[in-house]
Design a protein around this ligand. Structure first.
Ligand code: FAD
Length: 530
């Protein structure tokens, strides 16, 4: 019998990658096979497409990530000819709508903007890289503070988080000063306007190399690194089923999307990190159906606006040369200009919101020349308040065994509604957005609530819980209740109502799950490797 343990990981986003890295670093007699339904986009697997300099190449990488909405690339991605996409509406570049309209598309009448990415690196190849840490009631209540801080630090290390990115920008500092004048006195110490932590590595020329799953995988994809010998990534390989005996996972059945061939891979541990909708769908399709599976869906309702910065206000804290410096930095990489990114974090009891303020030289929409505040010398900010959605069993995804989706899985119907609690906080956040806008300048786009599903932060559908009381899918170490070697990962684990961008938090939860898995693998007898 071989002594090598095999871990099968479904999904190559930041969370599957955090499992792979942590397990391989901590478990010397283990190999990891990672299965990804989408294609590898960049020579280094899992890179952020924002790092691709050539605009055409960048556009191609995004389109290839769009599954059924991948246009001319669909045939090379194994998408059947018969999949019809209705209408021209696509999701944000690099993602595809779940409810794309054709036969076999999901049904999401009240959550229409819901989207996913299908590529090596997952949504983590397309994300904005904002990585603030959860605070107060946003945290998982049953993980102690000291352990949590250490998990967040490790997650930050895996994701290459910078907490003071662009802190030297004087324009950014001026924006913070104006926001502080408006809100500072109302906010607890340490929770006022600050720079937004982001995941990436600042380069000597002032640009940022944005982090994707590549940095999380780190040594696993480094030529010559011994860890790389125990890691295998299979792209365009769809996991169709988790094999199990009702109490233990025994492996996965996969389909090679290039050839259509199916095979089964035995495993000592299976990790499902295939996003907040497709992970529960895979569990359901495999006959693993905890009561809470797919329920308690939350996201961040988002209220946004665009504001032209007022020169007089800005010049109280910055001058023309500071503005020139900011523009020069942005010009280094015109395809992905980086600039001042600020925020006001969530705090309790009075600020249950997360404000993100992105500086930009232009508006994200065309403005008529001569319109008020068009071609504003001091530029603009795109600002948004992220809000919390209270978890409710009524919100979630249901799966229909009698109606298959375009990939042949039980199709999804998503049910979701805001309640009075959210409506009240949306009204309060809208009011604050007006105050923030007036403090900084002049609105060129009025505050508005984005359609449900727009946040791309979908949580709660595989929530972790302290006890198996029917309101959670996984135990405090992310193991599906009733299984000790089937682990789930991703934003779906988050059980709280939070406002914070979820990836850092989900990575911290994954590190905890991976450490427990290492302990178990140590004691387990290895399956024979096929
Ligand atoms: P994903 O990254 O979604 O990866 C899951 C992978 O599983 C996918 O590649 C998918 O193809 C694969 N998969 C699914 N089913 C199967 C199957 N059956 N077999 C094999 N593979 C399968 N978060 C933040 O915290 N901050 C931000 O600033 C931020 N900005 C964002 C901006 C955009 C435009 C987008 C799209 C997302 C953003 N997010 C942000 C969300 C962030 O990207 C996700 O939280 C993160 O990627 C989740 O990681 P994951 O590994 O759980 O899932």
């Amino acid at each position: 019998m071989s002594d090598t343990r095999t871990v099968a990981i479904v999904g190559s986003g930041p969370i599957g990658s955090a499992y792979a890295r942590t397990i391989l670093e901590g478990s010397p007699d283990t190999r990891v096979v990672m299965f990804e339904a989408g294609p590898q986009l960049t020579p280094i697997p899992g890179q952020s497409v924002r790092n691709i300099v050539d605009p055409d190449e960048k556009a191609r990488a995004r389109e290839k990530s769009q599954g059924p909405q991948a246009g001319a690339f669909r045939s090379e991605l194994g998408i059947p000819e018969s999949v019809v996409v209705e209408g021209m509406f696509t999701a944000r570049q690099g993602t595809h709508l779940l409810d794309f309209g054709g036969p076999g598309s999901a049904h999401a009448p009240t959550f229409g903007a819901v989207a996913a990415a299908t590529n090596v690196g997952g949504q983590g190849a397309h994300w904005t890289c904002a990585t603030p840490a959860p605070q107060f009631s946003e945290r998982v209540p049953f993980i102690g503070d000291a352990e949590w801080e250490e998990l967040i630090a490790e997650a930050g290390h895996l994701l290459h988080v910078q907490s003071a990115a662009f802190a030297d920008s004087r324009v950014g500092e001026a924006i913070r000063s104006l926001l502080d004048e408006e809100f500072g006195a109302e906010l607890p110490d340490g929770f006022g306007p600050s720079t937004l932590p982001v995941a990436g590595d600042p380069q000597p020329d002032g640009t940022m190399r944005w982090a994707g799953a590549d940095v999380v995988l780190g040594p696993l994809i480094e030529r010559g690194n011994p860890l790389a010998d125990r890691f295998e990534l299979r792209d365009l390989t769809l996991v169709r089923r988790i094999e199990h005996d009702g109490a233990r996972a025994t492996g996965v059945t996969v389909e090679d999307l290039r050839t259509g061939e199916r095979s089964t891979v035995d495993a000592d541990l299976v990790v499902v990190a295939a996003d907040a909708f497709r992970s529960p769908q895979l569990l359901w399709a495999s006959g693993i159906r905890p009561q809470a599976l797919g329920r308690y869906l939350t996201e961040h309702p988002v209220v946004i606006s665009t504001v032209a910065l007022d020169p007089e206000k800005m010049q109280r804290f910055a001058d023309e040369s500071d503005l020139a410096d900011e523009k020069a930095r942005r010009a280094v990489n015109p395809v992905d200009p980086v600039a001042a990114v600020n925020r006001i974090p969530f705090s309790e009891p009075d600020h249950p919101f997360s404000l993100q303020v992105m500086y930009s030289e232009t508006t994200p929409f065309p403005m008529e020349p001569g319109a008020p505040h068009a071609e504003n010398e001091w530029g603009y900010v795109n600002m948004g308040y992220g809000l919390r959605k209270r978890p409710r069993v009524e919100d979630g995804v249901r799966f229909d065994d009698n109606e298959l989706d375009w990939r042949g899985f039980p199709n999804m119907t998503i049910e979701y509604a805001l309640t009075g609690d959210e409506e009240r906080e949306i009204a309060a956040a809208t009011e604050r957005l007006r105050r923030a806008g007036n403090a900084l300048g002049h609105f060129v786009a009025e505050p508005r609530l984005l359609p449900a599903g727009s946040s791309l932060h979908y949580m709660g559908t595989m929530r972790m819980g302290e006890t198996d009381d029917g309101t959670s899918v996984a135990d405090p170490w992310s193991r599906v209740w009733g299984f000790d070697n089937l682990v789930v990962g991703g934003n779906g684990l988050i059980p709280t109502a939070n406002t914070v961008n979820p990836t850092l938090m989900s990575t911290a939860i994954a590190v905890r799950g991976a450490r427990k898995a290492i302990e178990q693998l140590r004691g387990a007898e290895a399956v024979s490797v096929r």
